[in-house]
Design a protein around this ligand. Structure first.
Ligand SMILES: CC(C)(COP(=O)(O)OP(=O)(O)OC[C@H]1O[C@@H](n2cnc3c(N)ncnc32)[C@H](O)[C@@H]1OP(=O)(O)O)[C@@H](O)C(=O)NCCC(=O)NCCS
Length: 182
């Protein structure tokens, strides 16, 4: 592992350990599958994300929650060219109603929300899906988003609600699947 990636990995694991302690876990080690997806200690779920500067993690008991996803991204990193790869037509149409500066912020929000949904669903679906499989509908006033899932994802969920916030240089997104949410 290259040194910067190693640093990010260790910061993420440090946050995961802290989150597991706060959630009441006695095992604080998060191992990894070959595909890099985390293996949470028995009875717990969680999620990790990092940028070059910041790492974040959440952990919770699996008794009420099925899964959780979080993601942090540096604001405005998704410029017009990248947005074309990440967003579907209706999302690009929504972005076109904002100034260039705002649209880079909001395209980054859409990207982060898609990564969050991927992390949240992956433990149950166990397959990779592309950006076009999820449509993000943000509610900017409420700090929330609705993620509409296409049938290409092997799940009974049709949509998932998530939350977001802009914090300093970053945008953070999260989504939870409860045991009762289907
Ligand atoms: C896995 C992925 C989501 C990670 O996102 P990222 O922005 O590169 O990196 P982040 O820092 O936010 O997250 C990395 C952490 O995600 C976790 N992770 C990796 N693969 C995962 C998976 N399949 N499911 C859940 N979590 C995963 C790991 O803990 C990883 O940190 P670590 O390697 O230090 O343990 C991304 O690289 C990826 O492969 N995406 C697949 C395609 C996709 O996103 N499609 C969108 C569908 S709408």
């Amino acid at each position: 592992m290259a040194a910067p990636r190693q640093t990010e990995f260790l910061r993420g694991r440090h946050c995961a350990k802290t989150a597991l302690i706060q959630a009441g876990a006695s095992d604080h080690h998060v191992r990894a599958h070959e595909d890099r997806s985390p293996i949470w200690p028995q009875g717990f779920i969680g999620s990790i994300s990092h940028t070059k500067e910041i790492a974040i993690a959440v952990a919770a008991s699996a008794s009420n929650l099925k899964s959780i996803g979080i993601d942090i991204e540096r604001r405005k990193r998704v410029t017009d060219k990248l947005a074309q790869e990440i967003c579907i037509a209706s999302e690009l149409d929504w972005l076109s109603g904002f100034s260039t500066d705002q649209s880079h912020d909001l395209a980054t929000l859409i990207f982060s929300a898609k990564e969050t949904i991927y992390k949240c669903l992956y433990p149950s679906v166990q397959h990779v899906f592309g950006f076009s499989a999820v449509t993000i509908l943000p509610d900017l006033d409420a700090g929330s988003f609705n993620a509409v899932l296409s049938s290409e994802i092997d799940t009974d969920y049709t949509n998932i609600q998530g939350r977001f916030c802009f914090s300093g240089q970053d945008v953070i997104t999260s989504a939870i699947l409860t045991r009762a949410s289907l």
